[in-house]
Design a protein around this ligand. Structure first.
Ligand SMILES: Cc1cc2nc3c(=O)[nH]c(=O)nc-3n(C[C@H](O)[C@H](O)[C@H](O)COP(=O)(O)O)c2cc1C
Length: 239
């Protein structure tokens, strides 16, 4: 009698465990509608393996806010662009000091037709630069452009002094964009001349921008020297 009871009990246990296996197997092959929806939501955003992202799909409010805040902060941060024209790389060095020091983007104003040594000969009355600088309306063409100028709040504009002025290609540059609402910081290098009226003349070519006074720097100035000037401008770089 006892044997029969044990046999029946074992048989029952086996049936139950087989039924359980059958269920789990059918679940793996055919997820319920609810499971399909959940998997679809996660897959459509990020791979499921990424546990950090999987957590972001959690409906917990705290986690959702944490994942959104960095985006909001990024949008609010001050964005700096350092632009420059440099025929013989002196101004370029200063521009790099500023961009590195501020962790800003950098953009080189590149002439469609590069300036040759002959072009840069200021002792030649017929050289390209002499002709361009004698004509206030000259606008040498630029190749390439700033991607999404709108995103920037502060724009540095660097150039060499040519005959007391900014090269005409810098006029081409400032006339190519809408700088309204932006702060512009002009800077230059030279053989000795000061910034003079070069920056205020460029300012006349733009509308609605806040131009800071221009600054003449030495090509040999160190990063520290350059950043001392930058940090003394009274601007909020959002850092
Ligand atoms: C066509 C030309 C005109 C220049 N005119 C002046 C000038 O009026 N005053 C001055 O101090 N330096 C003058 N320079 C020297 C440059 O301003 C100086 O070398 C500058 O640092 C060069 O910068 P870059 O290497 O970025 O082009 C002139 C240079 C060139 C090529």
């Amino acid at each position: 009698m006892m044997k029969k009871v044990i046999t029946v009990l074992i048989s029952l246990l086996m049936i139950l465990s087989l039924a359980a296996c059958g269920n789990s197997a059918s679940q793996t092959r055919q997820p319920s509608t609810e499971e399909k929806q959940t998997a679809g939501t996660v897959n459509s955003e990020e791979p499921v393996e990424n546990s950090a992202n999987a957590e972001n799909t959690d409906t917990s409010e705290g986690q959702t806010n944490e994942s959104e805040n960095p985006d909001i902060l990024e949008e609010q941060a001050t964005k700096v662009l350092v632009t420059y024209f440099s025929a013989t790389n002196t101004t370029q060095g200063i521009a790099e000091h500023i961009a590195n020091g501020l962790n800003g983007d950098i953009y080189e104003i590149v002439p469609e037709e590069p300036y040759t040594d002959a072009d840069l000969n200021y002792n030649d009355n017929n050289s390209r630069t002499t002709i361009e600088m004698n004509d206030p309306d000259a606008r040498p063409a630029i190749t390439g452009s700033v991607e999404d100028m709108e995103q920037y709040d502060i724009v540095f504009i660097g150039y060499p002094i040519w005959w007391g002025e900014a090269p005409r290609i810098v006029s081409t540059f400032v006339e190519s964009y809408d700088f309204s609402g932006k702060t512009i910081v002009p800077f230059c290098t030279s053989g000795g001349s000061g910034v003079g009226s070069s920056a205020t003349n460029l300012e006349q070519l733009t509308d609605g921008a806040d131009w800071l006074p221009g600054k003449r720097l030495n090509g040999s100035d160190s990063q520290d020297t350059v950043m001392e000037w930058v940090n003394g401008l009274g601007l909020d770089f959002g850092e």
